[in-house]
Design a protein around this ligand. Sequence first.
Ligand code: NAD
Length: 480
Amino acid sequence: MAQVLQHVIAGERRSPRATRIDPVFNPATGEVLSEVALDDVEAVEEAVRAAEAAFPAWAATPILERARVMFRYRELLAAHRQQLAESVTREHGKILSDAFNEVGRGIEVVELAAGAPSLLKGEVLPEVAHGVDVSMVRVPLGVVAGIAPFNFPAMIPLWMIPPAVVSGNTFVLKPSERTPMTSLKLLELLKEAGLPDGVVNLVHGGAPVVDRLLSHPTVRAVSFVGSQPVAEYVYRTASHHGKRVQALGGAKNFHIVMPDAQLDQAVDALMASAYGSAGERCLAGSVVIAVGEVGDALVAQLREKASRLKVGNGFDSDTEMGPLIRLQHRQRVEGYIERGIAEGAQLALDGRRHPMPRDGFFLGPTLFDRVEAEMTIAREEIFGPVLSVIRRPSLEEAVETANRSRFGNTATIYTTSGRAARYFRDHIQAGMLGVNIGVPAPVAWFPFAGWKDSFYGDLHATGLDAFWFYTERRVITARW
Ligand code: NAD
């Protein structure tokens, strides 16, 4: 009998009182790992009250002590990295090495947060008038909330919690109801690192729980990562309720391959980008624009490599691609494959026929050639292992085609030409760019977010932006 996952409120585990409960699956086997409450709205009240009660003492804790919690947390995460990675693979399905890297990217944010005493220093301008000094200090906001997607169960909560709490805020996390288990371990380790009870709380749930957080009068700011429609909804709703919001949404990432590219390297990077994590990454390459004569060779190499991709359980060391998150999601992605065929794209490789396990929610790598920018598969986020190739005669037309997308999360160019790379850098409309890099995810010391409909808000996740997002400025003008 699967256990219903507990919330964590004021340092205590507490069983949910919910009318709607969902199973949490191991997507590689279909086995039910646990159950998760969807609508325990009362738990939001309790978690926010706990965070509110913990705030004064935590905000008054010296910044050096708050930073030392991060140093200890960093060591604990590193010591439990394998265990956390296994938890990610179990509930998400991605291959273990990928999960291990995910945890590493999360640890980076803790390392960033440990530098808070340097990053949160204020400013002073003495003698702006005779005997008058002006200073600016950064102060925490209070209770802030984070709402996470399913696809990075460890990393995305770690984008939010470390910078928020080291800045003196207290936190309510709502993990994805599809991958809610790893976050419980993240909170256990925070407690072990010495974080006082109530500073970080966790409430499981779906939309009803999110809605309560978005309208709760005590919550000052909301960090959201998820699909575009929900990002837009969260941004509008939380802003309407007077909150500061950063909402990172969906993506359609274009990769441009120039005729002068190192083709082998470009193909390897594209394989990892499009099919890594079964395409369930917001940075997944989804459309390749082949410029000039490179198209035929590119498609041939992609098809050859993709057809040999080993699809299976992420715990098996020779597996290269795991399952999709749910059966319904696989059906949705299969719907896109049918749509691509119906709209006239050439199916170069059909992932539905790929060798793969029968249990679980698997779908093999799929490749479309001769795709046009107007087709559904080139416009909408598929979030599965489906790569579309568009052909264009010039770099300028390739960039113009990519810029027609409503999304602007990442874009990559593969080239050996500095001129082409500079043209791309200056003209492509996306927030995170790669030059010969398949997954251009910025390291934690840089801001992370896209442009256009991939992002709603102003200050991005991670980097200095995270500290600015989670603090308010106070300016003091004093005469002595
Ligand atoms: P999702 O939008 O379905 O869910 C995200 C969160 O929103 C979950 O916690 C969920 O419980 C909640 N939610 C879902 N529907 C809601 C509703 N109607 N009202 C209120 N809350 C709701 O996203 P997902 O499927 O979990 O994650 C995949 C998506 O996230 C993809 O679109 C991907 O591109 C995006 N993503 C973006 C980034 C980025 O950096 N831009 C990073 C990771 C994932």
